[in-house]
Design a protein around this ligand. Structure first.
Ligand SMILES: Nc1nc2c(c(=O)[nH]1)N[C@H]1C(S)=C(S)[C@@H](COP(=O)(O)OP(=O)(O)OC[C@H]3O[C@@H](n4cnc5c(=O)[nH]c(N)nc54)[C@H](O)[C@@H]3O)O[C@H]1N2
Ligand SMILES: Nc1nc2c(c(=O)[nH]1)N[C@H]1C(S)=C(S)[C@@H](COP(=O)(O)OP(=O)(O)OC[C@H]3O[C@@H](n4cnc5c(=O)[nH]c(N)nc54)[C@H](O)[C@@H]3O)O[C@H]1N2
Ligand code: SF4
Ligand SMILES: [Mo]
Length: 674
């Protein structure tokens, strides 16, 4: 029996594993609850699809053969194309230890600048906006359980009733949901605002406009705790509610009602997620919601606040320890000389040998195999063939590589293209830490022995590093040793883990970073006295509405938006292997208003073809009377002909480099493939 946490999302529900048998465990985030994915997560531990033998060009090989081959190819590629000829793509599901080791492997063993990860597709816009406003990016700067005392919660672009079901227990009071679709979460709301996809920024400006004009702004707070209100207000002043109604479709009355509800609540929270962020103007959109929260005096006020729901199991920790292109451990910047000096010392390397910032996730995938781009790629913890935007193009770029190596424990659409597949241990077979959506560092204990033949990601990195001539001691394989080094590397950084030890975590201490020394109790609530900027004040960021990068037109008259369903996780690599989840949602579908479907001659249950400028997909029509007639929705969990990402637009946010997963122009046709 081992006390552990779920392998999937950032809520990190606590569970006990007895062999592969899951039982929920009491914990502040899940209070004894689990969703269907958590309940069934044990199934993959005993699944016959499990990868247990390295594959080289599709044929079983010994570990030595596979690793020698990979190391030999890396050396050849770097000799011919330079250090940046090799690239790494990581994931926000990796433990802190793995994310740290991967970043170190890139900078020290490969000495490449070309490393990024799927978190760029996930939360990078909220991270960028949080850094601008608060000088710190921690998803929720307060414990989840605090939400229980609020009178009002405004949830923007988030569907936790499907994406984190046990989270809904914390919402006890008034709930306002902003989502173009009437989701399971919106069903629970006191008020549901249904803006057109990609128009949230205008909506936030409209609500700020109402709040200020009606006299709800917290002038003392604005004066004492913030900077820059006037510049932000100058833009919002031009967005009176009737103008916003024309752009968003949300009535002026509803905008005013939300402003009033927020102002009248004694304690209120504004929370955002991917619906707000996955846009070419996602950073500005999050800034607009933060501006509203600041004008109402919420961030840092006890019992109130702004937060962003992180997504992947280690969505938070995964972006703190150096697998991001511009980053070193401790949430340090790779272009900061002091950060390079500190981390260089911990690693025992000359800081000048550390590469600079590399390409962001989509830019990296897009550059693969091109004359100036990487020729080899190592993937740990992602399935970009299904999850990257403009997926057909990304697939072609992966095929253009000289060397594609994927470490995974199940075969997926990306391992199918790989020259070398390395079978690794999965969550319950190894030890490690993750940082959940509230910045709390959690310890996962090993519950069962891995099958023979598999190795851990940490062992793979060490074996490759040795073959590339790096001293073995630089890449320990015991998670606790890696953590202790990570803690040192993070010391003095924004995400300071230096006071955290495995012993403290095993004792069950609730350690929310920063934890700057061993006696420090952790920081469950940030911003109560000051924000992270040197002057302690939060910043309003002046932002204006731009709208989607690809608005609908005569050829592609509808907007497609994409997201999640309860039963499947991400690219589906894990959940499409679990019978109970496949039975719940066996295939892709498209949610469409009956009138819109009718115009295309499509009945409920027909196969439709959905086409954008980048490609075509098939999906079964679901009549949903509450859909906006101008919008269709597809889940992105399915591959091949059903992959929503064959449609999506890789237009990138200029700051976060996040692609616009949440809106592209499409047309709906009869006759998709069954
Ligand atoms: N079941 C399940 N749970 C998961 C995951 C999973 O794959 N499956 N993945 C995990 C991960 S990594 C993440 S990031 C989280 C994501 O969690 P969420 O952000 O809750 O999930 P999404 O479905 O991507 O998007 C949320 C909502 O945004 C809406 N939306 C689309 N366009 C817009 C827009 O322009 N404005 C607004 N306001 N809303 C819009 C969609 O209709 C959708 O209902 O879930 C985590 N939990
Ligand atoms: N259209 C559209 N596309 C999207 C989104 C959307 O809303 N719409 N959301 C985006 C978001 S928020 C995200 S987070 C991405 C996620 O999409 P992906 O990055 O593809 O994430 P997963 O499907 O979780 O892929 C994880 C793979 O890594 C493996 N894996 C899990 N843990 C480990 C480990 O510890 N080590 C190793 N080596 N492998 C491991 C799993 O078996 C699986 O094959 O998708 C993005 N794509
Ligand atoms: S809500 Fe998230 S962490 Fe909890 S059981 Fe479901 S997938 Fe796992
Ligand atoms: Mo995500």
């Amino acid at each position: 029996m081992a006390e552990t946490h779920c392998p999937y999302c950032a809520l990190q529900c606590a569970m006990t594993l007895d062999g592969a048998q899951v039982t929920p465990r009491e914990f502040p985030t899940n209070r004894g609850g689990l969703c269907q994915k958590g309940w069934t997560s044990g199934a993959l531990l005993t699944s016959p699809v499990r990868l247990t033998t390295p594959l080289v060009h599709g044929r079983p090989a010994s570990w030595d053969t596979a690793l020698d081959f990979v190391a030999g190819q890396i050396e050849r590629i770097q000799r011919e194309h330079g250090r940046d000829g090799m690239a790494i793509f990581g994931g926000g599901g990796l433990t802190n230890e793995k994310a740290y080791a991967l970043g170190k492997f890139a900078r020290v063993a490969l000495r490449t600048s070309q490393i990024d990860y799927n978190g760029r597709f996930c939360m990078s816009s909220a991270a960028a906006a949080g850094n601008k406003a608060f000088g710190v990016d921690r998803g929720l700067p307060f414990p989840v359980a605090d939400l229980g005392d609020a009178d009002l919660i405004l949830l923007v672009g988030a569907n936790p009733a499907e994406t984190m079901p046990p989270f809904m227990q914390h919402i006890k009071a008034g709930l306002v949901v902003v989502d173009p679709r009437r989701t399971a979460t919106a069903e629970r709301a006191t008020l549901h605002l249904r803006p057109a996809p990609g128009t949230d920024l205008a909506l936030a400006l409209g609500i700020l406009h109402s709040a200020f004009s009606e006299g709800y702004a917290e002038h003392d707070y604005i004066e004492c705790r913030t900077q820059g209100f006037q510049d932000a207000w100058r833009i919002a002043a031009a967005w009176w509610p009737e103008r916003v109604e024309r752009v968003t479709g949300v009535s002026a009355t509803d905008q005013r009602a939300v402003a009033r509800m927020l102002a009248e609540a004694k304690n209120a929270y504004i929370l955002t997620a991917r619906g707000t962020e996955q846009h070419a103007s996602g950073t500005d959109t999050v800034s607009a919601w933060i501006n509203l929260a600041l004008a109402l005096g919420l961030p840092g006020k006890p019992g109130s606040g702004y937060g962003c729901l992180t997504g992947q199991g280690n969505g938070q920790g995964g972006r703190e320890h150096g697998q991001k292109a511009d980053q070193l451990p401790g949430y340090r910047r790779i272009d900061d000389p002091a950060a390079r000096a500190h981390v260089g010392k911990v690693w025992g390397v000359d800081p000048s040998s550390l590469p600079g910032p590399g390409r962001s996730a989509y830019e990296l995938l897009d550059a693969l195999g091109r004359p100036q781009g990487p020729k080899g790629l190592l993937v740990f913890g992602s399935n970009p063939v299904v999850s990257a935007p403009r997926a057909t193009h990304v697939t072609e770029r992966l095929q253009a590589l000289d060397l594609l190596v994927v470490a995974d424990f199940v075969p997926n659409e990306t391992t199918a293209l790989a020259d070398v597949v390395l079978p690794v241990t999965q969550w319950a077979e190894e030890e490690g830490t993750l940082t959940n959506l509230e910045g709390r560092v959690l310890h996962r204990r090993p519950a069962l022995q891995p099958p023979s033949g598999v190795r851990s990601d940490l062992e793979v990195l060490r074996e490759l590093a040795i073959r590339l001539g790096t001293p073995a001691k630089m890449f320990p394989t015991i998670a606790e040793e890696v953590f202790d080094e990570l803690a040192k590397a993070s010391e003095g950084g924004i995400a300071d883990y230096s006071g955290i030890t495995y012993a403290r975590l095993r004792d069950g201490e609730a350690l929310h970073w920063p934890v700057p020394d061993r006696r420090h109790p952790g920081t469950p609530r940030l911003f109560t006295d000051r924000f992270g900027h040197p002057d302690g004040r939060a910043r309003f960021v002046p932002v204006d509405h731009k709208g989607p990068a690809e608005p609908p037109d005569d050829d592609f008259p509808l907007m497609a938006t994409t997201g999640r369903v309860l039963a499947h996780y991400q690219s589906g690599a894990q959940t499409r292997r679990i019978d109970e989840l496949v039975a719940a949602v066996p295939e892709s579908y498209v949610e469409v208003h009956p009138d819109t479907a009718g115009l295309a001659g499509l009945a409920d249950g027909d196969m439709a073809e959905i086409e954008s400028r980048r490609g075509k997909v098939s999906a079964r029509v679901r009549y949903v009377a509450s859909m906006r007639p101008d919008t269709v929705f597809l889940p992105f969990h399915f591959p091949g002909e059903n992959s929503a990402n064959r449609l999506t637009n890789p237009a990138l946010d200029p700051t976060s480099r996040m692609p616009e997963f949440k809106v592209c122009a499409v047309r709906l046709l009869h006759g998709g493939m069954e």
